[in-house]
Design a protein around this ligand. Structure first.
Ligand code: MG
Length: 382
């Protein structure tokens, strides 16, 4: 099936790979959005000829407007531009690939239009999962995950009509570049070391989250929301080889897994074509050249971010929005060389101690919790 896409975050890692899939499989692109990268947005717009191109930053939008003056592509800016891209009538599928809580409102706008959401923005479900899933059900908007672990689980659940048949979701974790290190060693790691992931090439924020294991914590919460599973029924296992992307254990004891090379084109493509499968650009997996597959227990004490996320998953309410907001701020400071690697969990924990948690939050409560968590982090390093 050919789809018409609106790609929110087309200059990022997922956005660029989505365009690769679109080109290879013949999906159309109706809109693309970037934050600041007008140069890449121009190249992409000339190639895919969307009706709408958005740069959130005003200056970049002005630049992009000049660059695309001869093309007839409409250029918009700001939050209004993003919301228009998310609800463009000719797009049947919105690829939500903006990093962070910034992706929440555009995703909700796309849900309100009943579009299929190929969801690559995990922070949306971490911060406002219950609200987003309820809205999607009400508007009959399909949410198909792009995150490799959640796509694997989604694929394993095909043909399973009753969630009561599921005993456990098992999420695999590569362990990141520092797996096996103790806290003394972690205290010394640099930004450059943290930005080198052993198996996956990704954006800076998610690469740091992978090194702290916060990424796995966020994915745990994402799985809870996406599949309406209680935390007791979700397990994280370290799988250094990143070949088994996740598993589902059923009531009869059968465990289904999805395997593949570490190539995001496959989960992106499946989110577009589901329930169909088509040929595409993903690198095939050669079982005979795979290393032995290993599975180990994670260490949420040493990798405190994972421990904190698991505690927030239990707590619920705005705890997960506080966790996420504090982490976004702490990672930003780490990338600017203003705090150390172990400051990230320390700052997140401090925010969780200081910002009060509300139960059954509305959207406003979630944004307030996010804001308060960020402020706590920024203040403590000022
Ligand atoms: Mg993932």
């Amino acid at each position: 099936m050919k789809r018409t896409l609106s790609i929110l975050g087309s200059s990022g890692s997922i956005g660029r790979q989505t365009l690769k899939v679109a080109e290879s499989c013949g999906h159309k692109v109706a809109a693309l959005t970037v934050n600041r990268n007008a140069e890449l947005a121009e190249v992409q717009a000339r190639r895919f000829r969307p009706r709408l191109a958005v740069a959130v930053d005003e200056h970049s939008a002005a630049d992009l407007r000049v660059r695309l003056a001869d093309t007839g592509v409409r250029v918009l800016s700001g939050q209004e531009g993003l919301l228009e891209a998310a609800s463009l009538p000719e797009a049947d599928t919105v690829v939500a690939a903006i990093v962070g809580i910034a992706g929440l409102c555009p995703t909700l706008a796309a849900i309100d239009c009943g579009k299929r959401i190929a969801l690559a923005n995990k922070e949306t479900l971490v911060c406002a999962g219950e609200l987003v899933m309820a809205r999607a059900e009400e508007k009959r908007a399909e949410i198909v995950p792009v995150d490799s672990e959640h796509s694997a689980i989604f694929q394993c659940l095909q043909g399973c009509g009753d969630r009561g048949e599921v005993r456990r979701l098992i999420i695999t974790a590569s362990g990141g570049p520092f797996y096996g290190k103790n806290r003394e060693e972690l205290a010394l790691v640099t930004r450059e070391q943290a930005l080198k992931h052993p198996n996956w090439a990704m954006g800076a924020k998610i690469t740091i989250d992978s090194a702290t294991l916060m990424n796995k914590g966020l994915e745990f919460i994402e799985a809870m929301r996406l599949y309406a599973m209680p935390p007791e029924h979700i397990q994280v296992v370290v799988h250094r080889e990143s070949i088994v992307h996740s598993l589902v254990e059923f009531e009869d004891g059968a465990i289904l897994a999805q395997l593949g090379s570490a190539d995001m084109c496959l989960p992106i493509q499946y989110a577009l074509t589901w329930p169909e499968r088509t040929a595409g650009p993903a690198k095939p997996l050669d079982l005979l050249s795979c290393p032995p597959l290993t599975f180990q227990k994670p260490d949420p004490e040493t990798f405190r971010c994972l421990g904190l996320a698991l505690e927030c998953a239990q707590r619920g309410g705005t705890a997960t929005a506080i966790l996420n907001g504090a982490n976004e701020a702490a990672v930003e400071l780490f990338l600017e060389d203003k705090v150390s690697f172990l400051d990230i969990p320390r700052l997140v924990e401090e925010a969780l101690d200081r910002v009060p948690v509300l139960d059954s939050p509305g959207l406003g409560d979630i944004f307030n919790a996010d804001h308060a968590a960020r402020e706590t982090v920024y203040k403590s390093v000022r």
